[in-house]
Design a protein. Structure first.
Length: 513
């Protein structure tokens, strides 16, 4: 039997009538010993489960994926300082000569046992034999690659791309009950939230962390946070890539989230290592082929359709109102769509002759967690937005929340935001412009062109200036109202042309003061 202990594999012979198994944990540190014991027990649980259910049979694709792990591990260990090419060429020759079954077992059996133990897999004899052969080939290929590195050739590795990511079905993963007192992966997300909720962290961050913790747990087939290794995180990254998930989401969402959860776990003595700390994800420099803000033509097309929008049939009144007003509110404030769709009746007030919207975390999600006041543009007042609000029922203007839970509000918020986004996407189909942020880009561009000061623009949009001096004093509502009055009014198209897509040739109405 092979048992994982501290990143190594130790073999032992278990007698037929043995009632217990004893193995050294190879450490004097009590905390480290506890974690190693949890890993060993979890693996042994999978062994006992496999004995009850029978060993699992690996598919050819799974064997190739596991052999790829041996390839990547060997290359990663030596590629920075591979030594001389002759050394690796000799190793390749020795590997070629060791093709007899007993020789393959001596050369590659321990590596295979380590790989299987890492994934807590107990496989049948045929699967293990096939994996030993596949690992033998992949190790030889890795030796050839290292011989090239030793000769100064670090051109892109074309061999590593041949290995698929590892995908294990639930049936291929033995059930592994956690030992008493273990720390779960999903439990890290809940523990992090219990503390950070009181610190004012956004619900959206919790949802993202909770989601990636669940995905990682399901991928690994267990929920033991202390048993997760860096190789596990790399395999998870490869799995997400194989699903077509973007590098931005994997690096900035998945791996970053796992890293933060484990950092919290270390600080709170839940775990002693962070398996995501050294895992890197390539950063993609996105090619920009256009301005990220809406063009004049796109802005007028969206606002024209919104201006003429009427509720029809069984359409929700809240969603119809969102379609009518949210694009205009964003256009004249540079606010995030999410901030506008969660507006409540009490968030609009009149003060010193000015109509003012308060964007506040009390209404829902605000990225920086701080409120800000934004005066209404005179054109919104003329269109009757204050009258619309005065006639509305108390509560949210554009969301229908079923229930009084935080989850219910988040669901309604997400639905409304997505419906507004979809409405915009019907008109502006260019994938290079993001419906949820293009108004912010356009608003800032127009503000610069109009000579509006940076601190006033940032105070309206809620951007962080990152300048210490800007933290002193405030931009008053009067100053912001004066700035907004400079923004040109959008003259909408007639009703019969309002639904015309911007991809079609149209005569563009001019923006007037």
């Amino acid at each position: 039997m092979a048992v994982p202990v501290g990143g190594e594999i130790f073999h032992m012979v278990v007698g037929e009538n043995a009632s217990e198994i004893t193995i050294s944990l190879r450490t004097r540190d009590p905390r480290e010993a506890k974690e190693r014991q949890a890993v060993a027990l979890a693996y042994l649980d999978s062994v006992w489960q496999a004995l009850r259910e029978g060993p699992k049979r690996l598919t050819q694709k799974q064997i190739a994926a596991l052999a790829g792990e041996a390839y990547r591990e060997l290359v990663a260990s030596f590629e920075d300082n591979p030594g001389s090419p002759e050394t690796w060429k000799q190793i390749v020759q020795l590997q070629i000569k060791s093709m007899a079954p007993d020789a393959r077992e001596r050369w590659f059996g321990p590596t295979v046992d380590l790989i299987l133990a890492k994934h807590r897999l107990v496989v049948d004899k045929d699967s293990r034999s096939a994996l030993i052969s596949a690992v033998g080939v992949s190790v030889s290929q890795a030796s050839v690659r290292l011989a090239q590195n030793a000769g100064g050739d670090y051109s892109p590795d074309t061999v590593v791309t041949r290995f698929p990511p590892l995908e294990l079905s639930r049936e291929a993963k033995s059930a592994k009950p956690l030992p008493k007192g273990s720390q779960t992966i999903t439990g890290l997300a809940e523990g992090w939230w219990r503390e950070n909720k009181m610190a004012g962290r956004a619900v959206s961050t919790h949802e993202a962390y909770q989601r990636v913790a669940q995905q990682l747990s399901e991928f690994l087939g267990h929920d033991d946070a202390r048993a997760v290794t860096e190789d596990d995180i790399i395999a998870f990254k490869d799995h997400r890539l194989s699903q077509g998930v973007s590098l931005k989401t994997i690096g900035g969402g998945d791996i970053s989230g796992i890293r933060q959860l484990y950092a919290w776990g270390i600080a709170n003595r839940k775990v002693s290592h962070n398996p995501a700390e050294g895992v890197k994800v390539a950063k993609v420099k996105k090619k920009r082929t256009r301005d990220p803000g809406f063009t004049d033509e796109e802005a007028v097309a969206i606002l024209s359709d919104a201006f003429h929008h009427k509720r029809t049939g069984k359409a929700s009144a809240h969603l119809s109102n969102a379609r009518r007003w949210v694009p205009w509110l964003c256009a004249y404030s540079g606010a995030r769509i999410g901030e506008m769709v969660q507006l409540r009746k009490q968030d609009l007030r009149q003060e010193n002759g000015l109509w003012i919207i308060r964007i506040t975390p009390e209404a829902g999600t605000v990225k920086d967690g701080e409120y800000r006041d934004v005066p209404l543009h005179p054109h919104l007042v003329e269109q009757g937005f204050p009258e619309f609000v005065s006639k509305a029922a108390n509560g949210h203007l554009f969301m229908k929340v079923f229930g009084d839970t935080e989850k219910a509000q988040r669901g309604a918020w997400r639905t409304t935001k997505n419906r507004v986004r979809d409405f915009v996407r019907e008109i502006v189909t260019d994938p290079e412009v993001a419906p949820n942020h293009a108004w912010r880009h356009r608003f800032m561009t127009l503000g610069r062109n109009l000579g509006i000061s940076r601190d006033v623009r940032f105070s309206i949009t809620g951007h962080d200036t990152d300048a210490e001096g800007d933290d002193y004093g405030i931009a008053t509502n009067e100053a912001k109202a004066a700035a907004l009055a400079k923004y040109p009014r959008y003259e909408v198209k007639p009703l019969d042309r309002a639904r015309q897509r911007v991809s079609e040739p149209v005569e563009l109405p001019q923006l007037t003061e």
